[in-house]
Ligand binder design. Structure first.
Ligand SMILES: [Zn+2]
Length: 124
């Protein structure tokens, strides 16, 4: 669970509880406001969760390709200026990559690429 996902969920729970408290005092406008805001935050948390899962699936697919030996190492094309200047760590608002592909490599991917690099050097 990402930090933003946790934050959205915690805020949505607080607003839901605040809405319940206003029900107790018959403050229906406030109840509607709190629950509407909570619904927006629940949606934000769900969107973050979908993005995180898509990223995890993309990493798993890349690791499977590396494990099968399908590693075609091509340098990634620059997607934005932030990516170029930050050495692949940060993407800008005008980035052309899909959000699931904007993360940097995981430790397992880095290790797999380092191993593959060693193998290629040994065989050359
Ligand atoms: Zn980018």
């Amino acid at each position: 669970m990402t930090r933003r996902e946790r934050t959205y969920t915690a805020a949505a729970i607080l607003l839901t509880a605040a809405g319940l408290a206003t029900v107790w005092h018959d403050q229906w406008w406030e109840t509607g406001f709190f629950w509407l805001a909570a619904a927006g935050l629940y949606e934000g948390a769900a969107r973050e969760r979908r993005t995180r899962r898509a990223r995890e699936r993309a990493v798993a697919v890349r690791l499977q390709w590396l494990a099968r030996g399908h590693a075609v190492i091509e340098p990634p094309q620059p997607c934005c200026r932030f990516w170029l200047s930050s050495d692949g760590a940060v993407h800008g608002h005008d980035c052309t990559r899909p959000p699931a592909a904007r993360g940097s490599l995981t430790l397992a991917e880095q290790q797999a690429l380092a191993w593959l690099d060693d193998e290629l050097r040994d065989s050359a």
